[in-house]
Design a binder for this molecule. Structure first.
Ligand code: DAK
Length: 259
């Protein structure tokens, strides 16, 4: 499928999805959110895509929800807009395949929240993160109040949200908002390296692990361990498990088939 506001490139088992609305620093309007939702469905169904890298064109990852579009919403329309974003981000988070955010520039408001819905965040040294909503007289609307404290802790999330301040990549690394920081020209190369490393493993195991982690962090330890026990059992119904262990015993690299 072709998109007006997205670029989709497939390189082997890795797909690169790039938000392409440079004139508004990739701000998310309803059209971008609708396209993002379709692209997530497309990538979920694509058997050859194992890992997704999400990034933005130009100097921004995503500079937030589109303030122009949001400014004239009434309360009911704001709830509808919020649902569109929440549902799309949740779909991304729960997608079976891992998603790496390659944060190339501004990740503000809805942009920071979009990165939070990804499995792993890598940043360019030029990236800027923040939840500027209170400066606009609103609360974060795409689950920033929920995902940010889960990732960096309540105190730091409250400070970032209450002050609406923007932080640089090094500070984001220090507080655990991103996994690593790279020079701008190295970011995509490093994101693809990580994506390909993940893509070389048993994909069903990776997907089960993602599901177990996502489920586990939202529940008590005993329930989480039960989820893990179940996905562990499921692995033994896959060809990948047989191949992975056989390859180890035969002292050769495994050839996984995602089966
Ligand atoms: N929306 C619309 N246009 C935007 C935009 C945005 N978020 N961010 C940038 N742009 C546009 C600018 O208007 C400008 O357009 P032109 O004037 O050229 O037509 C163009 O992108 C370039 O931006 P600047 O000229 O401002 O570039 P600078 O380098 O000077 O500044 C900046 C870059 C990122 C610091 C600045 O653009 C900026 O502060 N942008 C706004 C960042 C922001 O506040 N983002 C958070 C938005 S609030 C909810 C649902 C969702 C949300 C909340 C509630 N519910 C429905 C309840 C989410 C909210 C947000 O994300």
């Amino acid at each position: 499928m072709t998109y007006k506001n997205l670029l989709l490139k497939k390189e082997g088992n890795v797909s690169i999805l790039s938000i392409n609305r440079e004139k508004a620093l990739n701000a998310l309007n309803s059209e971008v959110l609708d396209e993002l939702s379709c692209a997530i469905d497309e990538l979920s169904e694509d058997k050859n895509t194992y890992v997704v890298v999400l990034t933005g064109e130009g100097r921004s990852f995503v500079a937030g929800a589109d303030i122009g579009e949001m400014s004239s919403l009434n309360a009911e329309e704001a709830r509808t807009f919020a649902k569109k974003g929440l549902d799309t981000f949740r779909k991304l988070e729960l997608m079976e395949k891992p998603v790496i955010a390659a944060v190339n520039g501004f990740a503000l408001g809805g942009g920071c929240e979009l990165s939070l819905a990804c499995d792993i965040r890598l940043a360019s040294s030029k990236a800027k993160f923040g939840q500027p909503e209170t400066g606009l007289g609103i609360t974060p609307g795409f689950a920033g109040t929920q995902r940010l404290p889960r990732l960096v802790g309540t105190g730091l999330a409250k400070e970032l949200i209450y002050t609406a301040k923007t932080i640089g990549a090094d500070e984001a690394l220090r507080i655990g908002l991103v996994n690593a920081v790279y020079e701008p020209e190295a970011l995509m190369e490093e994101a693809l390296k990580l994506a390909n490393e993940i893509a070389s493993k048993g994909q069903l195991a990776v997907r089960y692990a993602k599901a177990a982690i996502n489920h586990g962090v939202e529940t008590d330890l005993d329930t989480g361990m039960e989820v893990e026990r179940n996905v562990f059992g499921l692995c033994f119904a896959t060809e990948d498990q047989k191949e992975g262990m056989k390859a180890f015993l035969e002292k050769r690299p495994a050839e996984f088939k995602c089966k």
